[in-house]
Design a binder for this molecule. Structure first.
Ligand code: HBI
Ligand code: FE
Length: 290
């Protein structure tokens, strides 16, 4: 008998986990079980995809838009192995199925080995507009396109390696913030104006427009130390977004070891999710993205 993978939930979630962790291997990966999707689920995926396609135009960064077509024809849930046939030759990444959230150590290990975990189950019809935890649509539509970008692909691997190195250093909260404010909720300043590259934004209808056009949130120029001090919200739109100028900036800021940051951070106060520091560079809303 192999050691059974234990369920993982977000925060103090009362809801039982959706995925079947009993079918996961010790490294938390499992089979996608493509044959088990119902006709309704294939149809729901196609509708989620078609709707979101219309929203990302003019709002997502070019790298994301350019890679979207490589997820297949989107008439139904794709087979992960078919995506891997194009993804592996492109950047050396592959996607692997998981039952849902997995523990940090296993998560970092997969990323450090260029394996991206994708939840195998799809949200229900009642969750069509909003779901708290990552499902197949968020993971696939939100995350996988940028794995085709060589620089971003290297960034995620470096993040995973940095995460493994930080185990035992009491730095998990800092790493979570990096992941949250870049991979999930990052914005990019481009010649065409502000664009989104974070998966949490790109797989959401409401936040995609909000993050670019609303006057409410702070849009702060990316700075790794500033970012790592900033708390975040998991159940509302973000109050602060960090704006990068390109993926090479991300890679350079984080591929160097995170370790020196941790010592510095211990003497710096944390910042609230809505804090703005004196003199810091902020970006204004982009009304044309409405
Ligand atoms: N597991 N499947 C999955 N997907 C995630 O995004 C994820 C995870 N486990 C841990 C985790 N994210 C976070 O702790 C990151 O902030 C590191
Ligand atoms: Fe995600």
């Amino acid at each position: 008998m192999q050691e059974a993978a234990k369920p993982v939930t977000y925060g103090a979630s009362e809801r039982p986990p959706r995925g079947d962790y009993a079918r996961a291997r010790a490294d938390y990966t499992c089979d996608q079980g493509w044959e088990e999707y119902s006709a309704d689920e294939h149809d729901r995926y196609a509708r989620l995809f078609a709707r979101q396609m219309q929203h990302v135009e003019g709002r997502a960064c070019d790298e994301f838009i350019a890679a979207l077509s490589r997820l297949g024809d989107a008439q139904g849930i794709p087979r992960f192995e078919d995506i891997n046939t194009v993804l592996k030759p492109a950047t050396g990444w592959e996607i692997v199925a998981v039952p849902g959230l997995i523990p940090e150590r296993e998560f970092f290990t997969l990323l450090a080995n260029r394996r991206f975990p994708v939840t195998y189950w799809l949200r229900t019809e009642a969750e069509f507009d909003y779901i708290v935890e990552p499902d197949l649509f968020h993971d696939l539509f939100g995350h996988v396109p940028l794995l085709f970008d060589p620089v971003f692909a290297d960034y995620i691997q470096a993040f995973g390696a940095g995460g493994l190195k930080a185990q035992g250093l009491d730095a998990l909260e800092y790493l979570s913030r990096i992941y949250w404010y870049t991979v999930e909720f990052g914005l990019m300043d481009t010649p065409q104006g502000l664009r989104a590259y974070g998966a949490g934004i790109l797989s959401s209808v409401g936040e995609l427009e909000h993050c670019l056009t609303s006057p409410e949130p702070n849009r702060v120029a990316f700075d790794a130390l500033r970012l790592m001090r900033t708390r975040y919200k998991i159940d509302t739109y973000q109050e602060t977004y960090f704006v990068i100028t390109g993926f090479d900036q991300l890679f350079e800021a984080t591929a160097v070891d995170f370790t020196p940051y941790y010592t510095e951070l211990r003497d710096l106060p944390e910042l609230a999710a809505n804090a703005v520091q004196p003199g810091e560079v902020t970006y204004s809303a982009n009304p044309t993205a409405a």
